[in-house]
Design a protein around this ligand. Structure first.
Ligand code: EPZ
Length: 451
């Protein structure tokens, strides 16, 4: 732990330009989808982050040859020799990511059985997998829970089904998609998640030969096909990373251009960013012309000077305000005049990180009530899931320990915005989802060093 520390000299506005690559929460799923093809797939703009390494390792264990392509960030997947892996080998990846649960459908189709290790991911609540298992059983899979992990089989094959999710879970919707595309017959999924990353996964599967209709009102219909082939795909950019840098620009009174950021996927964030007093400009991509170089577009985010204004927001499934945007933005809200209210409705325990911000001088109170919005699933269940942020507060340096990925980035932003020198422990966790974040900090003029 002591080696894994970043010393942050705060108080300098972040200024400059960085680039985001393919969305972590699409790329990892597209990698799993490659298992379903009977020919190689090619994925571009893959960020070098820990989650990608975990999925690459798991694919390798199951006989998928993963190689680097010619372009930086290009991966090629050859699923010609998909095979079983031993539980010991798979268990090496236990606790490192939540993606392994998505291997269920593809492995059942390819091998007739699957072993899934204990899952990991961020500690932001219990994060059950009951919807996933319920859906898999609906398709005809049998699930055997053992102390070492889950053993699944499909003795009578997988068959299309009609199924409604109790909540529009991103992962469970992906589970259904990755299973239904090659199940026999038609699947109708109601109350599905429709995040841009899901739509992009549907694009990947469609390129592979799947037949998927997205109806209105969160209904997705999938007609199973007996065979899928490989895909070539350039993923949507990482809208969580883009918003994280935008929040960092606002909290440090800086100016950051995020190349690759896509307006359409970030509309809800952009509305909130503007309503608290941040400025942004969308810059278009220009292809090269004779005598003129091309230019990559993105979004420039900046603090226009003066004071930020408090706001009330509620996290929600798409098209609502993403839960993953919440923690970075709250740091900027500590600098806004008045009382801001944040109602977290996606995860029941995603406000614990505010204690660290309070230790730096922020004034944030957390409540069990559903504040400022509609009652949510957590209102009567004793979870502190609403926050009131009184600002502006002068932040001062502190020693911080990073609890999870997005909260970790918010700690980092707080340290950058604070006066004085902070020590941020456990920063390696940020590499799970932010490519080269230390190099990007340097490009933005942050005063950080490894001791
Ligand atoms: C994905 O997690 C993302 N992870 C999360 O990003 C993101 O916060 C989340 O979607 C919501 O957008 C990946 O894509 C790898 P869910 P996922 O299933 O799929 C409950 C990040 O930092 N639920 O939509 O696991 C669950 O407890 C990460 O990049 C069940 O009750 O999220 C939660 O309250 C963090 N039973 C809600 O649904 C289930 O079987 C939404 O979870 C599944 C979920």
């Amino acid at each position: 732990m002591t080696d894994d520390v970043l010393v942050v000299h705060g108080g300098t506005p972040l200024q400059g330009r960085i680039r985001v690559r393919g969305a972590k929460n699409l790329v990892s799923k597209a990698m799993v989808a490659a298992l379903l093809g009977d020919s190689p797939s090619r994925l571009f703009d893959v960020p070098k982050i820990r989650d990608v390494e975990v999925v690459r390792g798991l694919l390798g264990l199951h006989g998928v040859k993963v190689t680097d392509g010619d372009e930086d960030g290009e991966l090629v997947f050859d699923p010609a020799n998909v095979e079983s892996a031993s539980t010991d080998q798979i268990n090496v990846h236990a606790g490192s990511s939540r993606i392994p649960i998505l291997f269920c459908g593809p492995l059942l189709h390819r091998l007739g059985h699957a072993f899934i290790p204990d899952l990991g991911g961020c500690h932001i609540g219990p994060r059950p997998i009951d919807f996933h298992l319920q859906a898999l059983r609906e398709f005809g899979a049998t699930v055997d829970k053992t102390p070492e992990g889950l053993h699944l089989s499909a003795p009578n094959g997988l068959h299309g089904t009609k199924f409604a999710l109790p909540y529009p879970s991103v992962g469970a919707t992906e589970q259904v998609l990755l299973t239904a595309v090659m199940a026999e017959g038609v699947t109708e999924l109601r109350n599905a998640a429709v995040e841009p990353e899901i739509i992009d996964l549907i694009c990947v599967l469609q390129k592979m030969g799947a037949i998927i209709k997205v109806h209105t009102d969160r209904v997705i219909e999938i007609q199973g096909v007996p065979k899928l082939h490989g895909y070539t795909h350039r993923p949507i950019p990482d809208r969580i990373e883009a918003a994280s840098w935008a929040a960092a620009a606002l909290a440090t009174r800086g100016h950051v251009e995020v190349l690759g950021a896509e307006q359409a996927d970030m509309m809800t964030f952009l509305n909130v960013f503007r309503s608290v007093g941040g400025e942004y400009e969308v810059t278009d991509t220009r292809p090269p012309r004779p005598g003129q170089p091309g230019q990559e577009g993105g979004i420039r985010f900046w603090h226009p000077g003066g004071e930020l204004q408090a706001t009330a927001l509620e996290t929600d499934v798409h098209p609502g305000f993403m839960t993953d945007w919440q923690q970075p933005l709250v740091v900027a809200l500590t600098q806004a005049r008045g009382l801001s209210i944040v109602h977290e409705t996606v995860y029941e325990q995603r406000l614990g990180y505010t204690e660290a911000l309070n230790s730096m001088g922020a004034n944030i109170q957390v409540y069990r009530d559903c504040l400022g919005g509609t009652p949510c699933r957590f209102g009567r269940r004793n979870f502190k899931h609403s926050a009131v942020i009184a600002g502006p507060s002068k932040l001062h340096a502190a020693d911080l320990v990073i609890p999870d990925l997005r909260a970790g980035f918010s700690h980092l932003i707080a340290a950058l915005a604070a006066e004085g020198t902070s020590r941020v422990y456990g920063v390696d966790l940020i590499n799970r989802g932010y490519e080269d974040f230390e190099a990007k900090l340097a490009d933005l003029g942050a005063q950080v060093e490894r001791p």
